[in-house]
Design a protein around this ligand. Structure first.
Ligand code: ADP
Ligand code: MG
Length: 310
């Protein structure tokens, strides 16, 4: 069996169920998700995992705010780094026993990952990514922060979401993979940094994890890019009576649907965009699927399968 290299991006919603973001609930959700990922590894693939951190980073921001008179608040990119470590730990701790149960003694390596963004990205002028909790009112002293109202649900902080350009730890990730580890990298879209003469500087933004997952998949020359979420794929007229789930679809056709506005901004649109970027850059196949069907998706019979046409 030829070994194929898979980059799998797991959605925050796919690994945290419901409103309970307590440690026990997170641990249980991650453990459940890892039984699926272990199957993928057991099928003989090289696997790199990346994942969202929405609920976790939201909790950290709130803690910062509530405790700022007692301990110093830390920047948003520190919060991203902290969630990479914690979620990475939960994944390693759950995935290793899952692998062991399948007779595999594989090591899991968690890489704190920086992603380069541009200081000139136009996203800095148009903050678009909502993060953290809803508030009934915008806070009185916004402190250079941007808050936006989301209908009846209330106000939410929005931050810039610049384009991911380069993964700083790419060669580290590649060597770990080639040494036989299952690699966890780029959580929460990666820690956003800009390049300086002396190295890198962290910046306060949130990189979209689907887009940085596509960059990771392209940069590692993955055979397959899997985007696992809480629905079975991308649908046309989602939620309408004539909803139509997409199965196999060409990149050109999906690009057409995307430009017609079939996919919701902030949820399905970035996944479709990520899948398209991967195949348009020469990747063979990208698939959008539910976490439960991730193994079937890797075998080519589940999810929305985007064909690069090569
Ligand atoms: P994740 O945490 O995996 O990134 P998101 O909530 O960002 O999950 O995106 C998945 C959600 O996108 C689904 O739960 C679904 O409600 C929503 N969605 C919006 N438009 C569509 C569509 N056209 N097809 C399928 N799902 C859609
Ligand atoms: Mg999402």
């Amino acid at each position: 069996v030829p070994v194929s290299r898979i980059v799998a991006a797991l959605g925050g919603n796919a690994i945290v169920h419901g409103a309970d973001t307590g440690p026990t609930a997170q641990q249980e959700s991650v453990a459940l998700a890892m039984t699926q990922v272990a199957e993928l590894v057991a099928a003989g693939h090289e696997v790199v995992l990346t994942h969202g951190n929405g609920p976790q980073v939201g909790n950290l921001l709130l803690k910062n705010e509530l405790a700022r008179d007692v301990v110093p608040a830390v920047p948003l990119h520190w919060c991203v780094a902290q969630t990479q470590a914690t979620i990475g730990f939960l994944i390693a701790n759950a995935l290793e026993p899952s692998l062991h149960r399948l007779g595999l003694d594989r090591r899991v390596a968690v890489v704190v990952t920086r992603v380069v963004v541009s200081a000139d990205d136009s996203a800095w002028w148009t903050p678009s990514k909502p993060i953290g909790e809803f508030r009934p009112e915008a806070p009185a002293a916004p402190d250079r922060e941007v808050w936006r109202q989301f209908g009846d649900r209330g106000w939410r902080r929005v931050v810039a979401s610049p384009e991911p350009l380069e993964i700083v730890e790419l060669e580290t990730i590649r060597s770990l993979l080639e040494a036989g580890s299952v690699v966890v990298a780029g959580c929460g879209g990666g820690i956003p940094v800009v390049r300086r003469a002396y190295g890198f500087e962290g910046v306060n933004a949130v990189v979209d994890k689907d887009l940085s997952g596509a960059l990771l998949a392209r940069s590692l020359e993955a055979d397959l890019f899997v985007i696992a979420t809480d629905v079975k794929g991308a649908a046309l007229r989602f939620g309408e009576p004539d909803e139509e789930w997409l199965g196999k679809v060409s990149g050109a056709q999906l690009r057409e649907y995307a430009s017609q506005g079939f996919f919701e901004q902030g949820s399905m649109a970035p996944k479709v965009e990520a899948a398209l970027r991967f195949v348009e850059a020469g990747g063979r196949t990208a698939v959008i699927t539910s976490l439960a069907e991730v193994v079937g998706a890797a075998e080519g019979h589940a999810g929305t399968i985007v064909d690069g046409g090569v």
